[in-house]
Design a protein around this ligand. Structure first.
Ligand SMILES: [Zn+2]
Length: 282
């Protein structure tokens, strides 16, 4: 074990040097001077630190980050699991629903004994088992226009895993107003979408989709296989880590359109709309 830790420390030091060189060129997150990784952290995050794109600076940024995950359902489950596992220091999870039997085939944070339990509590329990070194903050509330501003204020990133257009537009408006970066996603049947937004810099969700579709079927009508939601949620989690760690290639000024029946991923470009009611004045 000691030699392995030695290897990981060497690797982390090398990653820091690479990160230092890269920061000069790309203004990536800067690791605080007092950032010692404990042996347990080196073990826990070693496979991330082994990546040339993910060094001490990225891990430090993650540990300092405050992230809100809206919804702990089919998308929120993989998102919260991956962000907790990766070491996001303060992870808020928001859901006002209780676990139902019909959720379990796709909502991996919730198990059969959790039926009837508030999802925020069910999710928090699993995430604390997964990573006891981070802070999990469960909120048993529904995000609405009236409370959205207070909920997103002070967050470094919001990941919208809700399943309602009204919630998406409320997240969009609040994050734009507070200039908090966020990741949107949706899944229906075998199709999905993922989009990242840096308010004031890149097209927002309303720039890309000025109005909700009139007759979009809900999950109960359209149906979904668990892994299809898992793919979209995993891409959303990856996008969140990309934004937090300053890793290039984020889905900004556009979105990824996902067709899981045809195994096709298409990147669609968008631009900011000058008259956008949410971000036009930023
Ligand atoms: Zn906009």
């Amino acid at each position: 074990m000691n030699s392995r830790r030695g290897f990981l420390r060497d690797l982390a030091a090398a990653a820091a040097q690479v990160g230092s060189a890269a920061r000069e060129a790309t203004a990536e997150p800067v690791a605080p001077a007092s950032f010692p990784l404990s042996d347990a952290e080196l073990d826990r995050y070693g496979r991330q630190l082994a990546l040339p794109e993910w060094g001490l600076a990225q891990q430090a940024a993650l540990r300092e980050a405050r992230v809100l995950v809206v919804g702990t359902g089919a998308l929120g489950s993989p998102v919260a699991l991956y962000l907790a596992g990766a070491g996001v220091g303060r992870l808020g999870i928001l859901d006002d629903d209780a676990v139902e039997l019909s959720n379990l085939h796709r909502q991996l944070l919730h198990f059969t004994p959790d039926v009837g339990v508030p999802k925020a509590a069910s999710a928090a329990a699993k995430l604390r088992f997964l990573n006891p070194d981070i802070v999990i903050e469960p909120y048993q509330v529904r995000l609405e226009p009236a409370n959205a501003g207070a909920l997103v204020e002070g967050q470094d990133l919001v990941v919208d895993c809700s399943d309602a257009f009204a919630t998406r537009y409320a997240v969009n408006a609040a994050c734009c107003a507070a200039r908090v970066p966020f990741v949107e996603a949706g899944v229906s049947g075998f199709t999905g979408l993922v989009m990242s937004v840096r308010p004031g810099e890149t097209a927002c969700y309303r720039c890309a989709f000025p109005a909700a579709p009139a007759d979009a079927p809900g999950c109960a009508e359209a149906g979904v296989l668990g892994p299809a939601a898992g793919v979209v949620g995993s891409l959303q989690a990856l996008e969140a880590l990309r934004l937090l760690g300053g890793v290039e290639g984020a889905l900004l000024d556009g979105f990824l359109q996902i067709d899981l029946l045809g195994a096709a991923f298409v990147r669609v470009r968008t631009t900011r709309r000058p008259g956008c009611p949410d971000c036009g004045a930023l």
